[in-house]
Write a protein that binds this ligand. Structure first.
Ligand code: ADP
Ligand code: MG
Length: 346
């Protein structure tokens, strides 16, 4: 064999080997399959279903860790905890998007939704402090709390929170689960997923189809008291692209000398809300916004909630999106449903 022939056959050998490696690699490459991740995060449970060629466990843990470092009230080193303890800290992107949405919903709801409600949440035993009897609470006590509750007492200036009173504290509990759903959904989308359902503590972001190629099926829990894991459903929705949050006063409450205390506090009265609205489900442009609006609905009660959702929808419509709600209201022993006119999901 002359040298030219030798070079050609060597080159051909390499080419064939390369093709074989390529074909072998292709065969080995995993096909997209539906995967499930489940666990506990931020004091609640999550279930994430997604279709992907490889598992995204690590990216999910990283997203949760980043979120926790920003907005967790249980993590003493989080941005939120630093702000509450008046430690000098710069705000991060998660905190800032939470703050911006919290401000919008505060305005829209006329102060019914207010993340600076933290001292009142603590007072009534739903925050970090131990629960005491508050049956003898006077207006004077409420007034002393009111002195440092109010969104107008905080400002975000140059990536720093400025408080008009050092006792002002923030509670992101009413938006965090929804925002975490948005964060996880964004991570999945970045990784090329187009079919997924993210559920964290009842808040949901879904897209595409389930493993059977059908729309995702999402239940709205019947608001009956009790902590049973197997709650019955008021309604099952079939949807393929949705950001939805539900707030309810039928799970997190206690009785104090015969008076019922729910975990939704009306910052305007300084007291836990008492009314016939049992649960509010909201779909919106983001799950974070849906979560904040759902809590705002619970503060306002059914009638004003419908008005709030109408105004929120006007804002969203201008951005090519939509906000709608599904309310469950107690009337004697029966449960009534009221929806915004644009609630068309079922
Ligand atoms: P759930 O989904 O468990 O019903 P929500 O989203 O309604 O919860 O959030 C309830 C939490 O929000 C409370 O535990 C408290 O930390 C906080 N919170 C209570 N009242 C308000 C309010 N008026 N505005 C903002 N946050 C509130
Ligand atoms: Mg909420």
């Amino acid at each position: 064999m002359n040298s030219k022939k030798r070079i050609v056959s060597a080159a051909m050998g390499i080419a064939i080997a390369a093709v074989m490696i390529f074909v072998f690699d292709e065969g080995k490459k995993e096909q997209p399959v539906y995967r499930v991740e489940q666990g506990k995060v931020f004091g609640t449970y999550y279930t994430i279903r997604y279709e992907a060629a490889s598992d995204l466990k690590d990216s999910l843990s990283a997203a949760f860790a980043e979120f926790d470092a920003s907005l967790s009230m249980f993590n003493p080193r989080s941005t939120l905890s630093a702000i509450n303890a008046n430690r000098d800290t710069t705000t991060d992107a998660f905190f800032e998007s939470m703050f911006a949405e919290a401000e919008r919903v505060w305005r829209l709801s006329g102060g019914a939704f207010d993340i600076s409600v933290a001292p009142m949440v603590n007072y009534w035993g739903f925050g970090t402090r131990a629960r005491e009897s508050r049956a003898a609470t006077t207006e004077a006590q409420i007034d002393s709390l009111r002195a440092f509750v109010g969104f107008e007492k905080i400002q975000l200036v140059n990536h720093r929170i400025v408080k008009s009173d050092p006792r002002v504290m923030l509670d992101a509990g009413a938006v965090a689960k929804g925002q975490a759903c948005d964060v996880v959904a964004a991570m999945l989308a970045r990784n090329g997923c187009t079919n997924y359902l993210v559920e964290i503590g009842g808040e949901i972001v879904c897209r595409g189809v389930n493993a059977k190629g059908e729309k995702w099926h999402i239940g709205i829990t019947k608001p009956v008291e009790g902590t049973s894991q197997h709650q019955s459903l008021q309604e099952v929705l079939a949807v393929s692209d949705l950001k939805m949050a539900t707030s309810g006063n039928y799970r997190n409450f206690y009785y104090d000398k015969g008076e019922r205390r729910s975990h939704t506090i009306d910052p305007r009265t300084g007291r836990p809300v008492v009314h016939s609205l049992l649960s509010a489900t909201v779909v919106s442009s983001s799950c974070m916004r849906a979560d904040a609006l759902a809590t705002a609905c619970m503060v306002l009660g059914a009638e004003e909630a419908l008005d709030l959702i109408r105004r929120a929808n006007e804002e969203d419509k201008a951005q090519g999106s939509e906000t709608a709600c599904y309310l469950i209201i107690a009337q004697g022993d029966t449960l009534n449903v009221a929806t915004s006119p644009n609630w068309t999901i079922n």
